[in-house]
Design a protein around this ligand. Structure first.
Ligand SMILES: [Fe+2]
Length: 367
């Protein structure tokens, strides 16, 4: 039994999905089909970017009496934030909705998954951080990604940080998987270029890490290889945001999500998580900053990443670890090495022989 023998062998895919330009117009009918006399109202969790587009909720089928909540994206989800949202739905009588619709990026989709589980399981979000702790199925849920890359639309987890304990861990459960996902590439047209690149690279990075690891799953590998192929086509293409490539990246994101459900990441994600915890950098930009410094561990992917970022004329934040204090060095090391599973997957159980304190800091200093 090694540290890598966990519930990861259990695989559950999304119940149904709809794909194509304009697919979002079908959400209305999906929501309507879930309404019954006992469950009249629906809950819509919408990325707050769309607050300025006033007809977003109604275009998704929201009716008077439904609950429409905008999900902030400045900070990634916290268990406390999820609990507050669930309490609000209880307070307004929306605790038994016909369906929960998540419309947005990874933060919003993960929020929808967590809220759906809590409405039927009770208790608090922190009670379910871990593997297979959710007892009963959540409320029916529909996921509509508006940016491609994190794969949240396909996975059986929803990442949350408990602000009291600092634990960043999702509800890994079959019940966390969306019942229906609607993939419409027209939704990613207005994403800012840098953000589109950083988020899309999350899919690429997950899969190059999985394919370089020791823990392997033949089906996961197939998903990973195709995800990497599609990301190459997108990010080495002339314009990563043309109609065809936005469609390809949406497929890559979905397949990448299926891939990580059966594999582990590697060295990039632990360093990236440390940048998020210590400096508050968002997951996807932090990943890119880390890969940019990972020539020693992933020489092929690093060279390819450099080509992609130059081809798409994307900029990366620089010198994010300038002027480290002793305390920051200690915090960065601790926040990196706590990710034992991916580090073991990449470097073996004795990963600290390779990743000494000095080596970890010299890598951060390159970022
Ligand atoms: Fe990731």
């Amino acid at each position: 039994m090694t540290i890598l023998d966990t519930g990861i062998k259990i695989v559950r895919n999304v119940g149904r999905f709809t794909f194509g330009q304009g697919a979002v117009s079908g959400v209305k009918d999906l929501v309507a089909s879930r309404r019954t006399d006992d469950h009249k109202h629906a809950v819509f969790l919408i990325d707050d970017y769309f607050q300025k587009i006033t007809d977003t909720a109604s275009s998704l089928g929201a009716l008077p009496g439904d609950s429409v909540q905008f999900v902030g994206t400045v900070d990634e989800p916290t268990t406390q934030g999820i609990d507050a949202l669930v309490a609000k739905l209880h307070g307004s009588g929306h605790d038994k909705p016909a369906t929960v619709v998540g419309f947005g990026g990874g933060i919003t989709l993960d929020t929808a998954k967590a809220v759906s589980n809590l409405l039927t399981n009770g208790g608090r979000a922190a009670d379910y951080q871990g593997w297979d702790l959710v007892r009963v199925a959540g409320v029916h849920k529909i996921g509509v990604p508006t940016i491609s890359g994190t794969g949240s639309e396909a996975t059986r987890t929803c990442v949350m940080t408990n602000l009291d304990t600092g634990l960043k861990l999702g509800m890994n459960s079959d019940f966390t998987v969306f019942d229906h996902v609607v993939l419409d590439p027209s939704l990613t047209k207005s994403v800012p270029r840098n953000q589109y690149f950083y988020t899309g690279m999350d899919a690429y990075i997950h899969c190059i890490e999985a394919l370089a690891g020791s823990y392997r799953n033949a089906i996961g590998d197939a998903y990973s290889r195709e995800t990497v192929n599609l990301c190459r086509k997108v990010f080495l293409g002339d314009d990563m945001m043309n109609d065809e490539l936005r469609s390809d990246l949406m497929v890559a994101s979905y397949l990448g999500g299926c891939a990580i459900a059966t594999s582990y990441v590697g060295v990039v994600h632990p360093f990236s998580a440390a940048l998020s915890v210590v400096f508050g950098l968002h997951h996807c930009v932090a990943n890119c900053i880390v890969l940019n410094a990972m020539q020693d561990f992933y020489p092929g992917a690093h060279a390819e990443f450099r080509k992609m970022i130059e081809k798409q004329k994307v900029t990366l934040p620089k010198n994010v670890c300038a002027n480290l204090t002793d305390q920051l060095r200690t915090d960065l090391i601790a926040a990196t090495i706590k990710h034992e599973k991916p580090l073991t997957n990449a470097l073996g159980e004795n990963f600290r022989a390779t990743l000494t304190d000095a080596r970890i800091i010299s890598l951060f200093e390159k970022m």
